[in-house]
Design a protein around this ligand. Sequence first.
Ligand SMILES: [Zn+2]
Length: 374
Amino acid sequence: MPTPNNLPADGVVNLVNELLGKAISRRASDVHFEPGNHEMKVRYRLDGVLNDVDSLPAALAENMVARLKVLSGLLTYRTDVPQEGSFPADSQWEKDGRSLDIRVATFPTIWGERAVVRLLYSVGTVNELDGLGLPVDLVTDLRRAVEKPHGLLLVTGPAGSGKSTTLYALARYILAKIPGRSVVSLEDPVEQRIEGMTQIQVSPYGELNYIRAMRSLLRQDVQVLLVGEIRDAETAHIVVEASLTGHLVMSTLHSGDPAEAIVRLLEMGIAPYQLAGAISVVCSQRLLRTVCKSCGGKGECEDCSGIGYLGRTACGQIAVMDETLRQAVLARRPVGELRRMLNERGSDLATDAKRLIEQGRTTIDEVMRVLGAA
Ligand SMILES: [Zn+2]
């Protein structure tokens, strides 16, 4: 085995500890270790945005990544293939009794291996429906949908738009409000542990994928099913089938707005009459960074590390399946027409974002960054 050089081994260990420790104390969601020609960039994702935090000599890159691989149980001698692993946080990083899982993914590049460390905080995140920042009417519609015994509730948006946080909040609401319902989740990965819900970790390419897990679960007297994500047509079909056969199903879809989500499901081969019968509500959401309260957004204080923003809040749009929408789905109306129809009868994402600008909670720049329009 070749011994790491360039820096004493414990130097690398300390440096990795320090960088991860700082990331955790600033509540970063990801830490990037990106090797280049002359340097290795270290970046933290804070409130959804990547920020450069350090630049290290390129000579250190290999050992830094090797250290992360050792921690997460990966093969240090394989540098030519992507690898994924994880490790529980050391007690030195656990603050206020909150624990976290640390996931490491490596990828070979022309400058050596790149590593992304994902930090999953199991407690301390927003868990209540009312605390997500979504408008009151939308939350009321979500509550109504989950109080029904069956139907499909979809949350849509791009990666990192807080979809799973909303599903977790809904699951908590169901468990508290309607005890006695059997609630099961299929997730990849399990991001938060929820008391009272049977949580199953699925692996999309392994033995227990979404499809296989769902087929078996439907024979297990499950009433409420949380499916992490609809990634393909087959999953979409089972999800729709389950909600048409007396189950309440909650899931997420990677798509822009409710109109786009509906059209995507039709394109996946779901029959219009099935979709119109299954869907109860489609909610679309985005996360917007909130203005730092300590410095009023000037970016002059330690609380926000000089960024001017601290924390995030959600804006959203919801489409409730009513007779008009049902007819539009049955007639396979094109996405533009569906969108106009839905936007006319309620608040769209941009309008809801304005609410947050007017309240001084976020800025026009931030809305532009996230929605592309303000
Ligand atoms: Zn500040």
